[in-house]
Design a protein around this ligand. Structure first.
Ligand code: AMP
Ligand code: MG
Length: 346
């Protein structure tokens, strides 16, 4: 009886430890300012030297990619593109990203729209946020500038981009995701199998934390930014959160935030305060988070059900109470501490 017990304990030990990685398998993590936000890269390896080399390379890569995608950078490629009505896209990554952006614009019927440069410049939320007395654009100015927007004005033929009716590009709602995906590709190439990349809320995770459990990703409380409303347990996916608490200013007791409804020209106002999207890649998750914020809960949930690898979690206040809703591929349970715990259904 005793022998049997010892044997079963031994088997249990073997079972537990066979799932673990080698002894020197350690966590390496660095956070630096990059791509106009904070970028955290965490991964596990046995090779300390390799870890150092990876950090040097990955933050450099992030900054290079930021140059390629930013429409604010005066020396950036997008700035050049926006000064013309036709442009040869010689950079293959930029070409595929713009193609992807136009595809998502079509799928979301323009809730995500990469042609909003002039509208975004008019609102200038980032600068207005710094001011004591921020200015809301005049309705007539919004109407005028809307004529220069619309993804249908952007056309790609071979590697030529045509910008009709003075439309201009802003990839702000998809670029961070694309950069995170590129950084993930780099870690894949370096044979890193357990990692986490967080570029200002655009996250990609691969493998397991320490090789033994899923990654736990916290969702910020949109009403108290230092707190969390829930934790998502995931592996091998991307997760992106967009919210009206990230960049905004208040005028006449009203909040004006950075996610614009391309139809009205005003900040999207569907009652949603935070949307978290899970998808296979961060590019899709990023663009879809913006689109679903604009669509709102009802339309957004119905939309998400059409795509098997797209899941969404919404937070909003209904009659003053924080309310959560989610798509059908997500399993949610309330923890003792009042936070939500989420996972993808198998
Ligand atoms: P995100 O941080 O992904 O929510 O993206 C927000 C950024 O994307 C804004 O700062 C704008 O530059 C841009 N943007 C705002 N509204 C939209 C929209 N409806 N479609 C596409 N881009 C948008
Ligand atoms: Mg986005």
């Amino acid at each position: 009886m005793l022998r049997k017990k010892i044997l079963s304990i031994l088997i249990l030990f073997l079972f537990v430890f066979s799932g673990c990685k080698a002894k020197g398998y350690q966590k390496y993590s660095q956070t630096r300012l990059a791509m106009g936000t904070t970028l955290t890269v965490t991964f596990f390896t046995e090779d300390k030297k390799k870890a150092k080399a990876i950090f040097d390379e990955i933050f450099l890569l992030a900054n290079q990619l930021e140059q390629l995608f930013s429409s604010r950078n005066p020396h950036g490629t997008i700035k050049k593109i926006n000064q013309q009505s036709q442009y040869t896209l010689s950079d293959p990554l930029l070409l595929t990203t713009i193609k992807q952006a136009l595809k998502i614009a079509q799928l979301t019927e323009g809730a995500f729209d990469p042609s909003l440069y002039h509208l975004i410049s008019l609102w200038d939320i980032e600068n207005q946020m710094q001011k004591k007395d921020p200015k809301i654009p005049l309705p007539s100015a919004i109407e005028k500038v809307l004529l220069k927007t619309g993804y249908q004005n952007l056309l790609i033929k071979n590697n030529q981009l045509f910008l009709n009716n003075q439309a201009a590009l802003d990839l702000g709602a998809i670029a961070k995701g694309k950069i995170v995906d590129q950084l993930a590709k780099y870690l894949d190439k370096e044979a890193i199998s357990d990692y986490f990349i967080n570029g200002g809320g655009d996250i990609a995770v691969k493998g397991l934390f320490g090789g033994f459990r899923k990654w736990k990703i916290a969702i910020t409380n949109p009403y108290r930014n230092q707190e969390f409303l829930g934790v998502v347990n995931i592996s091998n996916v991307a997760i992106v959160t967009s919210g009206n608490y990230e960049r905004f200013f208040i005028s006449n007791n009203q909040r004006f935030h950075h996610i614009l409804d391309p139809k009205t020209g005003y900040p999207a106002n569907t009652g949603i305060d935070s949307v978290t999207v899970i998808a296979n890649d961060a590019t899709t998750a990023d663009a879809m988070a913006t689109a679903l914020f604009v669509m709102g809960e009802k339309k957004g949930l119905a939309f998400t059900e059409n795509y098997p690898h797209l899941e969404v979690i919404f937070f909003q206040k209904k009659q003053g109470i924080i309310t959560m809703s989610h798509s059908s591929g997500i399993q949610a349970s309330k923890q003792q501490n009042g936070q939500w715990s989420f996972r993808l259904k198998e």
